[in-house]
Ligand binder design. Structure first.
Ligand SMILES: *[C@@H]1O[C@H](CO)[C@@H](O)[C@H](O)[C@H]1NC(C)=O
Length: 272
């Protein structure tokens, strides 16, 4: 059942993909990876949004146009040559249908104009008639500017341009018996946002980290003060949490797989 659904979605994507527009991607990727994969990255403010035809295509009217066009005033460019800019305004397109698109960025508009201030990373796509346009989908990193950390802003201004390392998600916890702290390692370029979220600890890598080749062919997280501090305090918190669990009842703070893991740990400890 689940497989059929997955396949259907996949086929839908293949069927609707315009050249250069990415709908199919690993949704768990690090900001640095997304920056590296993007054709452009800039900070800008959304002026308006309307359903529109892609460049060179026939305007089929509000009901039938498949894309939303954001007109965005560009403040700061981090990547890409913005030759398609007129008077600092660019048009960004996003599909309105499916889970591929990013409509609704303007919806949560407040009085304060800074609310429309976004980081946009995206791709240059080509229509079937050969017209180029800028596109954003859920595969791209798009975020409210005020939600970015200082380190992410610095990354955009330089560190993220280092694209020689692959930052890969670790999707599963390591072996039973290891502590939760072992889900996170500093010596390579793995990160684990899912574990961070389940364990309710900071995703230091996403928020404060960037990766670099430190030695010949060896990649690792760069130990900036903020990153190091985050990593160390997360580790001590997780090690402390592991030590605090001594009875079966202590495991009730967890659910599902985490709870099972906790119960096993208690059993093991009591056997010793
Ligand atoms: C957005 O920009 C396009 C291209 O410059 C322009 O044709 C369109 O009228 C603009 N939309 C709005 C609502 O201003």
């Amino acid at each position: 059942m689940a497989h059929t659904l997955f396949l259907t979605i996949l086929l839908f994507f293949v069927g609707t993909t315009v050249s250069g527009q990415r709908c199919n991607c690993n949704y768990i990727s690090h900001p640095q990876t997304r920056f590296c994969q993007a054709h452009f990255a800039f900070r800008g403010s959304i002026l308006n949004a309307e359903k529109a035809a892609l460049p060179g295509e026939r305007d089929r009217g509000y009901l039938y146009n498949q894309n939303l066009r954001y007109n965005v005033s560009v403040y700061e460019i981090f990547k890409g040559e913005m030759t398609y800019m007129t008077e600092h305004v660019v048009s960004l397109f996003t599909p309105t249908g499916g889970i591929c698109g990013k409509p609704g960025l303007l919806q949560s508009q407040k009085e304060d104009n800074s609310e429309n201030d976004f980081l946009f990373t995206g791709d240059i796509a080509v229509t079937s008639q050969g017209y180029k346009y800028l596109v954003i989908t859920n595969c791209n990193w798009v975020a409210r500017w005020e939600d970015l950390t200082k380190e992410q802003q610095e990354g955009l201004n330089g560190f993220y341009s280092d694209c020689g390392c692959e930052i890969y998600p670790r999707s599963e916890a390591l072996d039973l018996g290891d502590t939760d702290a072992d889900n996170f390692q500093v010596e390579d370029c793995g990160f684990n946002p899912i574990s961070a979220s389940i364990l309710k600890v900071t995703d230091c890598e996403t928020n404060f980290g960037h990766c670099m080749e430190v030695d010949d062919q060896v990649c690792s997280w760069v130990l900036s003060p903020t990153f190091e501090e985050c990593f160390a305090s997360r580790k001590s918190r997780l090690l402390l949490g592991a030590a605090a669990v001594t009875t079966r009842k202590d495991c009730n703070i967890y659910t599902g797989k985490q709870r099972k893991k906790c119960l096993l740990k208690v059993m093991k400890a009591n056997r010793l």
